[in-house]
Design a binder for this molecule. Sequence first.
Ligand code: X2X
Length: 336
Amino acid sequence: MIRLTRRSALVAGATLPLFAIGSRPAGAAEFAYKFANNAAETHPLVTRTREAAARIREKTSGRVEIQVFPNSQLGSDTDTLSQLRSGAVEFFTLSGLILSTLVPVASINGIGFAFKDYGQVWPAMDGALGSHVRAEIAKRGLYAFSRQYDNGYRQITSSTRPIRTPEDLNGFKIRVPPSPLWTSMFKAFGAAPTSINFSETYSALQTRLVDGQENPLAIIETGKLYEVQKYLTVTNHMWDGFWFLANKKAWEAMPADVRGIVEGEFNASAMQQREDIAKLNASLRGALEAKGLQFVESDAVLFRAALKKAGFYAEWKDKYGAEAWKTLEDAVGGLA
Ligand code: X2X
């Protein structure tokens, strides 16, 4: 007979339920993967990827269970990119501009005023430009699904003064996501940019560490940035999208037929999410104005001229190289 001391009895008592929680029921997932992102629960990136995860569970008869962690719950974008690379997180949606800290060419879609409209965005990102970027991503131990999710055209917000012209940005303390392209662009405008992850952005605005930021309407709405900002200038200064990224080892651990289902469903959700963002673009102005955000119009021609004058296009053409730049210009026309 085993004599239990009080201490070992307590340990045994504590261990059993934990074991019961940690163990998987019969027929549990063969691939239990984590998908992280920085968006709020109500953002279409989250609602549509949750739907995809549910369809994947069903279509793989429970072999694949993807748990969605929105709101930077697993860490900031910078942290999560490290976790994705190490395999601590298997899937992650990330702006190409932030991904450029690892894959330099991935920021190319963010060149100021490159895409006139969505009629230029999707053919480029689903076509030659996207393929070029995905091939570079593949060289860095990551796999990018073929369909990007939309973040959107970015607009500048401010808590202090309305920004109408590039001159109004002079010395303006603005939060930008961590990416050399963002910093370069706002320096070219004469602003004072600070790199801050999205997970810290609301509080950076609230505490007045910075006076402004720039983001698409859907992020401003779902991230409640209107609570800490007064003015929104419609600049459409760049288009930004999220690559759906997988850790290559975790991805290749799945059999090909399973991978086909997973990518197929996340790509299908991406197409629906793009529609959601298009609808929000049309409806959110009124909603945000009703919450007290004052909309300000601006002249894109002036902002673009300021970038050109600062040598922004020439500098980035040189950085990306002739081939990548030509792929961009093939999609959007001459830039520099
Ligand atoms: O960090 C941002 O501003 C956001 C939410 O737009 C991105 O993911 C780049």
